[in-house]
Design a protein around this ligand. Structure first.
Ligand code: GRF
Length: 195
């Protein structure tokens, strides 16, 4: 088997998508291994989950950097390089990235977004989908580019929007699909990367 691609996951909160990636990558034949979890938020619940799974997990708090986003990103980038990372997965990472970090990981950074892109970029996607009256909603995994939630989509999953849906109920239905879709998309992406 070809070498498993060294993958980092960036989170800001509970990290349930990170957990699904770690679980999938625990299989020895999965084409990526999770070697590092980073969070901009020291209180992210996902850090403890990752550590419990034996994955090096570290917070790089953005707050001491104030408005200097590039300096915060330089530290993230240094941690990624130090760990020999080849693929970065954003999973509920709630910081907007500058062109600097996106450029450093061009073609090697994925994000999961809770909508059927290009619909509902940005925040509050479930509320907006219900308000718009769409019949289907879902999630997308895309390659990260400079524009928010706009890079090439590599995988999508759809769910129905049901009568009487609340944003919470719809989010829960989408999340089940996120947990299935992200590992599948990462596996395909890892296999497609040039050596
Ligand atoms: C997910 O819905 C993800 O698509 C969005 O933020 C949420 C993060 O959840 N970007 P978790 O931290 O992975 O549990």
């Amino acid at each position: 088997m070809a070498a498993r691609r060294r993958t980092a996951v960036l989170i800001s909160g509970r990290g349930s998508n990170m957990e699904s990636l770690i679980a999938a990558a625990a299989a020895p034949d999965f084409p990526a291994e999770i070697v590092l979890v980073l969070s901009n938020n020291p209180d992210a619940g996902g850090l403890a989950t990752a550590a419990a799974a034996g994955i090096p997990a570290r917070a790089i708090d953005h707050r001491p950097f104030g408005r200097d986003r590039a300096a915060h990103e330089a530290e993230i980038d240094a941690a990624l390089r130090e760990a020999g990372v080849e693929i970065v997965c954003l999973a509920g990472y709630m910081r907007l990235l500058t062109p600097y970090l996106v450029g450093r990981w061009a073609g090697r950074m994925l994000n999961i977004h809770p909508s059927l892109l290009p619909d509902f970029k940005g925040l509050h996607t479930h509320e907006r989908a219900i308000e718009a009256g769409v019949s289907h909603h879902g999630c997308s995994v895309h390659v990260v580019t400079e524009d928010l939630d706009a890079g090439p989509v590599v995988a999508q999953a759809r769910v129905p929007v049901l009568p009487g849906d609340t944003p919470e109920a719809l989010a829960a239905r989408v999340l089940v699909e996120e947990h299935r879709l992200y590992p599948e998309a990462l596996a395909r992406f890892a296999l497609s990367l040039p050596v």
